[in-house]
Structure formats: C-alpha cells, structure tokens
Design a protein around this ligand. Sequence first.
Ligand code: SF4
Length: 570
Amino acid sequence: MRHSLTIEKRAAVKEKRESLDFDIVFAGGGPANLASAIRLKQLITRHNEQNPSKTLDPTIAVVDKGRHAGAHLLSGAVFDTKALAELLPDFVDRDCPLDALVSRDKILFLTAKKSFAVPTVPEPFRNSGYPLVSLSRLGYWMAGEAENAGIELFTNTTAIKPIIENGSVCGLLTGDLGLDRFGNPKPDYLEGAELRAKVTVIGEGVAGTLATELQNDFSLCAQSAPQHYETGVKEVWKIAEGAIDAGEAWHTFGYPLPPETYGGGWLYALSPSEVSVGFVTAICPQAPEADPHKNLQLFKQHPSIAAILKGGSMLEYGAKAITSGGLDAIGRISGPGFLVTGESAGMLNMQRLKGIHLAMKSGMLAAETIFEALLRDDFSERTLQDYEERFRNSWAYDELHAARNFRQAFDKGLYQGLLQTGMQLKFPGLSLASTFLRKKKDHAARPHHATKQKNDSPPQFMTDGELTFSKEECLFRSGTMHEENQPCHLRINPAEMAEICLGRCREEHGNPCTRFCPANVYAFIKTPEPTLRISPSNCLHCKTCTLADPYGVITWTPPEGGGGPDYKLG
Ligand code: SF4
C-alpha cells in the first residue's frame, strides 16, 4: 500500500520536527531510484538466502512529490529495455505496460509545407524492435514492483533539502504542510519531517532541488563541461484508426525552428488509435526567446503531422526539461553520504533521444554500491565513490561515450551539426579530436555554452481549438493542481522583481518567462500598475524557468506534496 508521510507518520507531530531513521532514503520516485531500490532489495534477498546466519535487513524508503507514483514522469518515449531486462528479466510476464514495438523508423527534414525523408536511417538513430512506452505508466508499474519487494514508498511528500552535518549528507527534510500564502500556519499545519539515512540517493530528475544544492555545496560539476538543456512538450492524442500504423516512430528536424536553434519533433504511434506527439526546443539563459509550447503547436500544423491528427482529440498534455550535455557534462555522482542517479546526474543520450535505460542502469549501479556498503557496514565517502568506478566500467558509460559529441556539434547550428555528426559517424576517430577541442573551449567559455536561441515563428500564430491549443487549454489536459492557499513556490525577490523583471528583463528580452513557460505561469500585466503576475497553481514542474531565466532571479522551490501534474500517459 502506498503511504503518505502526511497521514501515517506525522500524526503525532505537534511541536518538534519529527525525525525518522532509515538506512537508505531515495529522493525521487522515477525510473532511476525505483530501479535502484528494486535492485538493492534483490541483492539483499539473495544474500539473506545464502547467508541465513548473517542476514541484512535495512530500512529503505522512497520519497516522491507526486500525488501518485508516476504522476510527475513524462517522456516520449522509445524504451531501450536493456537495463530493465537485467533488473527484471521477466518484465513482460509481469505485465510491464508497453505499447507497440517500433516497426518503422523515419527521420524527416521539414520545411513549412514539405517533408523530406532521410533515405537511410543511420544505425545510432534506429529504434526498430524497441517498445514505445508512457514513462508515467512505467513508473507506476515499477513503484508497484518496488512495493511488492518491500520498499516503503511515500508519495505526496516533497524532499526540500538535504540534511548536511559535519560535511556529510545524512538524510533529507520533507516540506511543511498547511502554511497559508503568507507563510503562516493554518489549523492543519504539520511541520516537515527529518528522514535520516546512512545513504541518501538523489534521483529527482532534471534540475532537482537537492541535486542542485549538493552540486553547489560539494562542487560536483567543477571538472565537467557545462550542461545543456532542452524543454520537451508532449501531447498524447486519440486518432482515427488507419491514419498511421502502430509502431511507426518519426523524428523530425527543421520547421518550425530556424537553423541556429537546436531541437526537433517526434511522432510515435503507440497503438493503431493513439499517438505521442512532441517537440524538443533548446533553452538557455543567454538567449531565452524560445517558446516550446508554441513550437509544438506549429509542428502539429505541418501537413505531415496534421494529416495524422486530423479528426482526433488530445488526451493529455505535459512538459519537462531535459539534460542533453551528455557524458562530458556529467560531474561527480557521489559524495559523502550521497549518490546521484538518473537525470539528476545527466544520464541522457541525446543522440538516441533516450535516457530511461541509462537512468535505470545508474540506479542499479548505485544499488550495488550501497549493497557493498551494507555488507561492510562502511558508508564512508571512499566506499560510496565505488559508484563512480562502477559507472565507468558499465555499458551506460560506453554508450554515453560513443555519443559524447552529438549535442555539442549543434552549438553552431543545424547545418554544422549535421555535417559534424555525419563525419563522426563515418570516421569515429574524429570524436576524440572534437572532445579535446570542445573541452578546452567549454572551460574557457563557461557559462556561455548553449545554442543561440531564436524564435522566428509567425507572430500572428493563433490556435484553433481543434489541432492547436493555447497554454490554458492544454493545462486542462495535464491534471495539474496545487493547494491554492500556500506560499508561492516560484520565488522572485521583490527588489529583483522591480529592478530586473519590470526593468532590465522587460527592456532587453520582453519578459521571456511569459513565453518559455509551457504553462502560462508568468504574465505581464500593464494595468493598473505594471507587474509580473505569477500563477503557481498552473505549474507543471518542468523546471524550464530555472534553466532559461536570463538573470537567474526565479527560484523554483518544491510546493506542498501532491501538487503538480497528474500524468497518466506522460
Ligand atoms: Fe515549468 Fe512551472 Fe517554471 Fe512554468 S513555472 S517553466 S511550468 S517549472
């Protein structure tokens, strides 16, 4: 049964912050941490069977801010099952929720009206035989597997801060409940709890709150290349049967993006009557003019895509930022008392547009490290560092190494990126030279690293309510919801609001948050007084605003547990 710390564990809390002791705590209930928890339980079970006189029985908890497992998970997605097959070889018999197998790959270059298929899909871009999945459904299923294995899963619970004592992480704090919008306790106020642990595993996805704090406190990324980010916006549609064959997987580049902006679209036929359609747009604070939501709407208007969606209806909408810097942008993934897994560590292969399998593998490697620590009863930084070595010796590292120059090749635009990628595929030795030259440049140029952004889509773009939708209309299909009477979780200091948001940012960029946020959280209001209105209850927790804000004045903090999107097909 899924727990809520709010109900079952905090009932006794009145004045003193509650403190609960676990051996291992996982912050985030995505594929990385769920795979990790399952793997750890498997290793312990096998050990106990083989060593009945020296059994291990650690307490393990997974904390997730969604109102149910999978509620905040979203991806395309074509799923490479390599890691899952290692974790649960009988995943098909266990009713893992898989959609159609990819039967045909297509890569299309789009102009405004036409499409041109790449004649032969290069090997690294092929997906034939892999299943299509909803990550949210996969996460929900994995959570069930974890609970069946004896893991405690606390949904509706936000991890807001690592507990750091004597230079070492020893657990996390969960968020308060029942504060009003001014920060005053309401009658049902419950203070957040301390979850203390020997090892804390951080797998909160992209730009996680704890991961960001630990990166800063422990300089985890001091030696790595700057990270790159994109925002993916996705819709799932019910369509007329026969419009496309189940299992077709299309990837596109070109329209509606100008050549200097990195990104592209996808269309996956999940079944004969359901498709996932989405668009990825590069985001960065140096040139924040992107509008990922609008790019998806324009993409759907392209004749090749519109023909598939014609007469259909949108079932779900969502958005998520993506890390795409690849291997060179992965910093240290361990530290005193903690390990970092999945996209919190940057485990995503942008060349293959896949990260679920890498996230799962990183979690499994973390589990093996923790298991060794349990066996030795040694949770020192040195022991946890073995995770780094395990990662370097894994197929996940090899895969990321082979694709390490892909995303950065597009830093100077589409055509140079295509040329460089083509050359690297034909002459793999070139990758080494590219890495060397880029690393020198990246370190010299930090933080001005990402693709120049530009949004030259038609300014007169109007949604039609059938094929294309406004952000407000889309939000109805995301299920996003928050307790309204709570402190705003998107924080802008009042002085910076006046000086930056209503001054410099308005002049220099025209308040790009009003465009790059895919949920219309930010709106510039002219009267009676000019102000930037923030509607936090719309938030999809995609993290784009913290990554694309040109002045870094927006701080995303976790709202009350259970708030946010309610993805079921994400
Ligand atoms: Fe994403 Fe929420 Fe920020 Fe909007 S306010 S960009 S939905 S995280």
